[in-house]
Design a binder for this molecule. Structure first.
Ligand code: URA
Length: 243
């Protein structure tokens, strides 16, 4: 079988992917991830995302957004600049749930656009071979920035939770990834020890849920073990999406 020579963009993409694997501590190419990429001949490396489509999904998510309105249900509303509802594909098969907006997100009204966001994008695009905007939807357990980047408080999480639940049920993704302890604990309704429970499948309203480290934790504790752990968890997510 003749193999077509790689173009400049494909070579650059391959180089970036290999560099990313090296950063994660790999000394060999993990065959599973490569197989997944090879199976998809899509030009932009985004694998097709099989899912239960619903023509109502978009309208419903918009309705949740409309219901949230210019929210003043908790004290975070008095210090926020913008509500950060969520971004990405409302029909995505994969949803990432983070903790809460930081300064950059508050400024732009979009989730994960700061340093942790860049790391998350790298995980999605280089680590998983997906396209952030097309293949995923990203939101947080609280939609407004906690001042000084403190942890969201219980009353704030409780005020926002109905909207998170409605968002997830409107999208009904095939997999949810909970980024860090607060997101995993909120979704599972119990304290989650993230270092012990990451990488272990859970369920949220019948949807498979994978808890993993928050990208900000990865930036803070930038060890090969932690980076590799997240990549392993994301490979499990990719396997589940392929089923
Ligand atoms: N951290 C989060 O948990 N969410 C964001 O949107 C940004 C940083």
């Amino acid at each position: 079988m003749a193999i077509a020579p790689m173009g400049h963009d494909q070579l650059r993409e391959l180089k970036n992917y290999l560099k990313f694997l090296k950063d994660c501590g790999y000394t060999e190419i993990p065959v599973r991830a490569l197989t997944f990429k090879r199976e998809t001949s899509a030009p932009d490396t985004a694998p097709p995302m099989p899912r239960k489509a619903s023509s109502q999904t978009q309208a419903t998510l918009e309705a949740v957004h409309a219901e949230l309105g210019d929210c003043t249900r908790c004290k975070l509303s008095s210090t926020r600049k913008n509500i950060v509802f969520g971004s990405g594909n409302p029909k995505a098969g994969l949803v990432f749930v983070g903790e809460g907006p930081g300064a950059d997100e508050d400024e732009q009204g979009l989730p994960f656009v700061g340093r942790a966001g860049k790391k998350l994008t790298e995980i999605i695009e280089k680590g998983m071979g997906l396209n952030r905007e097309k293949d995923t939807y990203i939101c947080n357990i609280v939609k407004c920035r906690p001042p000084g980047n403190r942890d969201p408080e219980a009353d704030e999480i409780a005020a926002c939770q109905p909207f998170l639940v409605k968002q997830l049920l409107a999208i009904r993704p095939r997999v949810i990834v909970a980024l860090g302890k607060p997101a995993a604990s909120t979704l599972l309704g119990r304290p989650v020890a993230i270092t012990k429970e990451r990488g272990i499948w859970q369920e949220y309203e019948g949807i498979p849920l994978m808890p993993t480290f928050h990208p900000a934790y990865l930036l803070r504790f930038y060890t090969v073990e932690n980076r590799r752990a997240v990549l392993d968890d994301m490979n499990k997510v990719l396997d589940r999406l392929k089923k």
